[in-house]
Design a protein around this ligand. Structure first.
Ligand SMILES: NC(=O)c1ccc[n+]([C@@H]2O[C@H](COP(=O)([O-])OP(=O)(O)OC[C@H]3O[C@@H](n4cnc5c(N)ncnc54)[C@H](OP(=O)(O)O)[C@@H]3O)[C@@H](O)[C@H]2O)c1
Length: 257
């Protein structure tokens, strides 16, 4: 059995741990300085270990702390991390060059996953100087993983893959708030959301493109057109696109810190 240790057990690590729990080849452990996450680990039958033991006991360490906490953590890791242990960082904007400086002589990988990993429906892009089938396999188990040949693409993926789901959740959240206000109590707003999301997924699986799908719902003078016209006149498309750019620019800024 191979062992994976998570350092930092917040939102991202929890999603990765939930997705990996059913992997037959790996045992997982966690380490976090925040006691609130210790009880989460306990509730999910995942052992909490000290920083030193997690480094000694793991074949792979996945660092899931915020970028601001990365360098201080690396200083502590340098004393306890074996050179053979593979290190994966999911931190937005922390470059391989800086990770190599902070953790010299280690096998380092950058991964940009998203929280879909918790249901094995994530998307992860991976950058490293060497190929490693095991790392790719782990993230493929969590959904779909692919290697990028250029680290700058990770910044792009941070905004598209890492942050992207939150943009859609914001829209769905507002839609559900309105369903709550407008529909009778007995109708579950989440069931309605799921219904239209599953129809969307099956339409995409069947090869339909989104413009055709929108066209098939919109009819001249109808309700869809009324709603869409408002979105267009209020510049929703540009605002949404600008939000993606804002996230992309922030990822670039973080990598220069
Ligand atoms: N959330 C996402 O959807 C997402 C997507 C892609 C990538 N990422 C990346 O994933 C990383 C983690 O993000 P997150 O949203 O999971 O953050 P988070 O919820 O704040 O979790 C980070 C956890 O790490 C702990 N921590 C920080 N420094 C530590 C140390 N030295 N030793 C032990 N524990 C430590 C934090 O404790 P405290 O609470 O005490 O600070 C916190 O519990 C970030 O670098 C982010 O860029 C996140």
């Amino acid at each position: 059995m191979r062992k994976i240790g998570f350092i930092g057990c917040g939102h991202m690590a929890k999603a990765l741990m939930l997705g990996l729990k059913s992997h037959a080849n790996y045992t997982i452990f966690g380490h976090d300085r925040n006691p609130a996450n210790h009880s989460w680990l306990k509730d999910h039958d995942i052992e909490h270990k000290s920083l030193e033991s997690i480094c000694k006991d793991s074949d792979i360490v996945i660092i899931c702390v915020k970028p601001k906490d990365m360098y201080e953590l690396c200083v502590s890791l340098n004393n306890v991390l074996d050179e053979e242990t593979k290190v994966i960082s999911v931190a937005a904007g922390v470059t391989i060059e800086n990770l190599n400086k902070a953790l010299p002589g280690r096998k380092i990988f950058r991964a940009m996953p998203n929280i879909g990993a918790k249901d094995n429906l994530g998307i992860t892009s991976i950058f490293s100087s060497e190929l490693d089938d095991e790392i790719l396999e782990i993230f493929n188990f969590l959904g779909k993983a692919f290697r990028v040949d250029n680290e700058e693409k990770i910044n792009l993926h941070t905004s598209l893959i890492g942050s992207g789901p939150a943009f859609y959740f914001e829209i769905i959240n507002e839609f559900e708030n309105r369903l709550n206000e407008l529909l009778p109590e007995e109708v579950s707003k989440r069931d309605i959301t799921l219904l239209f999301l599953t129809s969307l997924i099956s339409a995409i699986k069947n090869g339909e493109n989104l413009e055709d799908l929108i066209g098939s719902i919109r009819s001249k003078g109808g309700t869809t057109e009324a709603g869409l016209n408002l979105l267009y006149s209020e510049n929703f498309i540009k605002i949404f696109s600008d939000a993606v750019d804002a996230a992309k620019n922030r990822a670039t800024e973080l990598s220069m810190d």
